[in-house]
Ligand binder design. Structure first.
Ligand SMILES: NC(=O)c1ccc[n+]([C@@H]2O[C@H](COP(=O)([O-])OP(=O)(O)OC[C@H]3O[C@@H](n4cnc5c(N)ncnc54)[C@H](O)[C@@H]3O)[C@@H](O)[C@H]2O)c1
Length: 438
């Protein structure tokens, strides 16, 4: 045992889960949790529900469930709120998303039907593919933020929540870069009052969350929690922030395969990734300005895994290309192809092909659950600002300025598990193991 004494507040009472966007990912998350609570499905894919964690030496045989090591909110204590730019309730939205089989959906119809989205904060210039019908109108962005803060307060009172956390599961916004208004909290607040066009809807939601002293996680790749103004606010309000872009499908595979090839010092000359998907997410990403946001997120992972500056002979000339094609017949059932050109001993070329027929939201939903529960844990543990230990869940982990993000899935897992051990006052596991032989 370590001597660490972190005081974690107990997870008692209701946890309000505020979902920005009530589309495929959000409805699949809610439907899954409700099906698990009714005992008709298992929480497959969720570390918080199924994961065990090794404690102490290998010979100690201490492998409790993660949820027995650290106090996590019970699934029965979750209550959901949502905002969307369309008024469809959770059941209607789930039917449109077409992810969940109808026979299962009908068993949880009431739970989803009761989830009615609040009017959203919307700006067409960040998502021009969708024609919103259900959004707030106000003279400036500060008034929009204040309206969200009011929504949060009302939700908390109505649902008697003890705690809350917010997660962005809305459409990917158009590409954006850090502007002068993003550089400090003061300039950001001036920007809100002056309707600065560089302040996106996602930033307004994050601002409202932090002002309400609740954490904010970003499930999509848009620029939000990493801008200096919002980092400053998260610290000031003592709340956690994490992101960004849930790591599912093709990028998950990339961060599993990449470290393996690199560990064997196999050179990679080209990695071409393409996929087809036909859900609303695919439709939004069909716009070049929204795809650019996603592309940056998907391209960033190989650099830190392969470290071409250290290994110019192996990865210095890697050609990495990522494509997404909107193809309506596939709906949420994405198909990804990867062609990896590798080079081995004597410089001889080889090829690796991956054809992943996945279900996008089925992979994303358990990550939403874990992120929500861990963000709540972070807040109860007094962790504030960027939560790098949650990198495991994201394609583009947000880190403190000057740090290189970790993309290797296995390093991310170790970091997450060691953070849980740290919070529980347990010793870190290094896998040194020399003492077994002494
Ligand atoms: N499915 C995955 O595997 C996966 C993985 C990583 C990231 N993501 C990201 O998660 C997000 C959600 O994916 P999805 O498949 O559920 O998409 P979706 O299109 O089914 O749902 C997004 C919802 O957000 C709503 N929306 C758009 N702008 C909004 C705003 N300003 N305020 C409130 N609601 C708004 C849309 O109306 C829609 O209902 C996307 O950004 C996607 O890129 C998904």
């Amino acid at each position: 045992m370590s001597t660490n004494t972190i005081n974690i507040k107990p997870a008692k009472g209701k946890l309000g889960v505020l979902l920005v966007g009530l589309g495929a990912v959000s409805t699949t998350f809610v439907a899954g949790v409700e099906a698990i609570k009714k005992g008709i499905r298992k929480p497959i894919g969720s570390l918080t529900q199924m994961g065990h964690i090794r404690l102490g030496k290998r010979t100690d045989n201490r492998n409790p469930l993660v949820k027995d090591l650290v106090p996590l909110a019970d699934l029965n204590d979750l209550v959901y709120g949502a905002w969307d730019i369309f008024p469809d309730n959770g059941y209607e939205a789930a039917c449109k998303a077409g992810v969940i089989p109808m026979d299962l959906l009908d068993q949880i119809k009431d739970d989803l039907q009761n989830l009615r989205p609040m009017a959203a904060v919307y700006d067409k210039s960040y998502c021009r593919k969708l024609e919103a019908t259900h959004y707030k109108k106000a003279d400036n962005k500060m008034l929009l933020a204040e309206s969200l803060i009011k929504d949060i307060e009302n939700f908390k009172t109505k649902n008697k929540c003890d705690r809350m956390t917010m997660i962005w599961c809305a459409s990917t916004e158009a590409f954006n870069t850090v502007s002068d208004s993003h550089k400090s909290l003061r300039s950001f607040e001036d920007g809100l009052k002056n309707n600065d066009p560089t302040i996106s809807p996602s930033m307004i939601y994050a601002y409202a969350a932090f002002k309400s002293r609740i954490g904010y996680a970003n499930g999509a790749p848009n620029l939000t929690g990493e801008i200096p103004a919002l980092i400053e606010l998260a610290h000031e309000m003592g709340v956690p922030s994490s992101g960004k872009d849930l790591k599912t499908g093709q990028t998950l595979m990339k961060t599993i395969l990449g470290p393996g090839l690199a560990a064997r010092y196999l050179a990679i000359s080209g990695w071409f990734s393409t996929n087809i998907l036909g859900n609303r997410d695919g439709e939004v990403l069909d716009a070049p300005e929204n795809f650019k946001t996603k592309e940056e997120s998907k391209l960033s992972v190989l650099e830190s895994i392969l470290r071409p500056s250290l290994y110019p002979d192996l990865y210095g000339n890697l050609y990495h290309k990522v494509r997404i094609e909107y193809y309506p017949p596939r709906g949420d059932n994405k198909e990804g192809w990867d062609n990896i050109d590798i080079v081995g001993w004597l410089g001889l070329p080889m090829q690796l092909k991956v054809n992943f027929l996945c279900r996008d939201s089925i992979l994303a939903a358990p990550l939403v659950l874990d992120v929500v529960l861990f963000m709540d844990l972070a807040q109860r543990s007094g962790l504030k600002g960027l939560q790098e230990w949650l990198s495991f869940y994201y394609k583009s982990p947000m880190v403190k300025e000057g740090l290189t993000p970790i993309h290797n899935l296995f390093h991310q897992e170790l970091k997450l598990m060691n953070t849980l051990r740290h919070l529980a006052g347990e010793t870190q596991i290094t896998f040194l193991g020399l003492d077994y032989y002494m």
